[in-house]
Design a binder for this molecule. Sequence first.
Ligand SMILES: [Zn+2]
Ligand SMILES: [Zn+2]
Length: 143
Amino acid sequence: MIDRASMPARLRAEGKRVTRERELLLDIIVANPHLDATEIFERARGVNPRIGLATVYRTLRLLETLAVIDSSGLGEDHSHYEMHQKDHVHLVCSECGAVLDVPVPFDVRAFGRRRGFDARLTRFELVGVCDACRAEPHGGRRP
Ligand SMILES: [Zn+2]
Ligand SMILES: [Zn+2]
């Protein structure tokens, strides 16, 4: 678990500079978990119109390598980002895209370790239809 306040120190410890762009992207990710790169870019551009999509992609890759952020597919074929935290399951609505973070009910990593399994990539995901969309007669399609 890493909190926003400790992120600059984390970057410096890895010999990385804490740039204004990196701070901005971290703020966006912390405030809006589970956005994809394009959505993060759009929000970043609203604050700093000079930021480029390539910078966003490069920064996301760097932050993920440093385990400051994690990515997940969330039922789609591209990555969504959130700050690195305890393992959790994503309940993803395929209609409206809503994402609910749910704790993993038992320590699957320890379970794997006891069987000599070395986990490299974490993907806990259930795709379904949320309560609000099930209540909506025509389905709450994504805009
Ligand atoms: Zn929904
Ligand atoms: Zn999550």
